[in-house]
Each structure stands twice: as C-alpha cells, then as structure tokens.
Ligand binder design. Structure first.
Ligand code: ZN
Ligand code: ZN
Length: 393
C-alpha cells in the first residue's frame, strides 16, 4: 500500500459505502462484496478475483480507524486523481503510506502529470533523511509475500477434481520463537518510541504526517534478545507439504489462489497467499473445449453412407451413438452430459467428430465393388467450379 494507491483508489466506492459510513456499515459492505466475489464461488473469473482483492484492500484500510483517518486526510489534501498516472501493477505487500520511490516512479517510470516542482519539493523535504523505500510497514508486522507455484495435473484428474499433496520449499514461521523473533523465554517489547502504534507523526507546516516508526520499522514491537534460530526475523526456510483440492473442471492455465498459504509475515504478521498455476497434461484420446470433451472417431465411407451405431468411450465408461444414413465427414455428434461436470452440478457434453477414412489400399474385390458403385453414382456437384474453370482457361 503506497500513498499513490491511497490517492488513486476510492476505497469507499470499492465497498459501495458513503464516506460517512459507520464502522459497522463498512464491515457489512465488505462482507457482502467478499461473499459475492470470493474466488471459491467464482472459479476462473479474474474480474471477481480482482474485485475480491480490491475489497480486501479497501477493508484493510477502512476498518482501521487510524488508517481510515490517514486515508481521508490524504485524499482531502491531494484530491482523488490529482496524481493520476499510468498504473503500475499492484501495491507492495505491507503498508507504506509514504513511499517516495513509488510516488515518483523509478528512472523513467510513469508520466508526471502532477503539477511540477511544488509537490515534489514538498515530498522530498518530508522525506529528507528518511528511510523511504525500505521494507517498513505502516502499522503492525509486514504481510508475508505471495508465493507462486506450478502443478501438472492428469487430464482425468482435472476433469473430475483431485486433492494432491503439494510440497513447497519456502520461508515458514520459525518454530523456536513461533514467529515473534524473540529468544525463547523472552518477549518482544512494545516499542518505546511509537508506543506500539508502528507510526510516528511529524509536523510539516500546517500538515501533520504519519510515517513508519524507525525504531521498530513499523512493527510496533522491538526484540531485545533475538531468537537464535531465525535471528529475530521470525521466519526460517522450510519444506511445507499441504493438501490442495483442485475443483472438478479446473482448466489448463488456470490459477488457484489459496489465501494465507503463502509466506508468513514478519514477526507474526499475516501470511501472503499461495497461487497455484495449473497445467493439465493432454489426454491421448480426449480433448477439451471449456466444459465439453472432444473425441475424433474414424468411420468408413460405408458407415457414413449407410448409417451405423458407434460405441465410443467417455471418461467414465462408454456410450452408443447413432450415425444416421448419409452423415457427412466432419459431422459432430453430441453425447449430452458426458463432458466436464461443473461446480453447479451440470455437465458439458462429449462432442464426437466423425472422420471418414479413405483406405490407402483396396483388395481386388473391394476395388471391383467400388468401381461398380462409381458407375451407378451421379458425379459430384462441381458444376459451379467447372464453369469457372472454363471461363478462366
Ligand atoms: Zn525464531
Ligand atoms: Zn516503534
């Protein structure tokens, strides 16, 4: 969370509440949006995921009366959109209300439409001697980072859903100090500078600004005797194994978010999220288009002409499909409900494409029969092509 985000984002609009909304109304509104946009209820819908994240971010600020006040002040001082420039991805994890590097972009970053030297001077003076751009958090311990990993699923597992153990080698909470960073037998102490708030307030002309407490790096507590295992960070690298449930119908390229299963936060801060990118191994028989499975079935010319009953495999058994007489090559037959079962219990179809096969070799008898067939068959309907050929030659 940076000041740029604070200025650009309208957290009230995200939650659909009035600026004067009570804490209770904010909570109710957040719960409603979170319920509606929860990734579990909207699998594979990036818009819902985006909305869910935005709501969490908005609630994170508006639910904390101190941060809400800071946010309101920021926006009334600088006006929403006053600093608008090209958006540059999401905010950093962890709060950082005044991050100069983010505010003004790196080398060549963003267009600087916001009024020239005046503002820049104001900010650079606020931050003279500051430790901007560090890992400090505004309030409380920093949130853990998100972790990304990739999993390859078998085709059938992806269609039916599967639970798999997932092993990650990633930072975890230190078992020795349980993540608070203090040597066993000791406790982190409330920071004497900020009295646990994690922020200090400075006056700048007629404004007063909050910034992360430098004594505790915004955590609100200080560790006097550091844990020997993690050297005070609260985290160590571990191998974690967890069971991950992949819902039925998960698709190749889909990303599954497991909230709170990413890296733990510093010294007991909230954990990041785990994002699992799903790869689905192709099946030797079946293809997939959305909720439908696809299958190609070779048929002879005689079967296509005379009609037949085909016995074809599905993912869980077999079905009989009627090929009516006179069916052209490429015709798609549909076995209803034999596709991918969706979350709502409905299933897609199995789409069977008929592929009329031309034999490369014929027995003498077959050749004789075919020649006799050809004699008794009218020529193919090519008159329109023949007419063009005559005109151009
Ligand atoms: Zn430790
Ligand atoms: Zn402090």
């Amino acid at each position: 969370m940076s000041s740029k985000d604070w200025i650009e984002k309208d957290f009230y609009a995200v939650l659909g509440v009035d600026k004067a909304a009570s804490a209770d109304d904010v909570k109710k509104a957040y719960r409603k949006v979170a319920r509606e946009s929860h990734p579990d209820h909207n699998p594979g819908d990036p818009k819902a995921e985006e909305r869910f994240k935005a709501a969490s971010e908005a609630y994170n600020v508006l639910s904390d009366s101190g941060r809400r006040r800071e946010y309101d002040e920021m926006r009334s001082l600088f006006g929403s959109g006053a600093f608008r420039r090209n958006a540059r991805g999401g905010g950093q994890p962890g709060g950082m209300p005044f991050d100069v590097s983010d505010m003004f972009g790196g080398p060549g970053g963003g267009d600087r439409r916001f009024g020239g030297a005046g503002f820049q001077d104001l900010f650079s003076s606020i931050f003279s001697g500051g430790q901007a751009g560090g890992q400090a958090a505004a309030r409380g311990p920093a949130r853990g980072r998100d972790v990304e990993t990739e999993v390859a699923l078998d085709f059938g597992d992806a269609v039916r859903g599967v639970t798999l153990p997932l092993t990650l080698r990633a930072p975890g909470v230190c078992d020795t100090c349980h993540g608070n960073g203090a040597k066993p037998g000791t406790q982190p102490r409330t920071c004497p500078v900020c009295h646990g708030a994690g922020v200090t307030t400075r006056d700048q002309g007629s404004f007063s600004f909050s910034e992360p407490c430098r004594n505790c790096q915004g955590v609100g507590t200080v560790v006097e005797e550091k844990c020997p295992e993690c050297h005070g960070s609260g985290g160590v690298t571990k191998t974690r194994t967890m069971n991950v449930r992949f819902p039925a119908g998960v698709a190749d390229g889909q990303r599954i978010r497991l909230a709170g299963r990413g890296e733990p936060g510093e010294r007991g801060g909230p954990a990041g999220d785990l994002f699992v990118h799903v790869k689905v191994r192709p099946d030797e028989l079946f293809g997939r288009t959305g909720d439908d499975l696809t299958l190609s079935v070779p048929v002879t010319f005689a079967e296509a002409v005379l009609g037949t009953d085909l016995r074809v495999p599905t993912l869980d058994g077999a079905v009989t499909l009627r090929v009516p007489p006179g069916t052209p090559s490429g015709r798609v037959l549909r076995a209803r409900g034999k596709g991918v079962v969706r979350r709502d219990g409905q299933a897609g179809d199995l789409l069977v494409t008929l592929d009329v096969v031309v034999p490369a070799r014929l027995s003498d008898e077959a050749r004789t029969a075919l020649e006799s067939f050809a004699e008794q068959t009218p020529p193919a309907a090519r008159e329109h092509l023949d007419a063009r050929v005559r005109r151009v030659s």
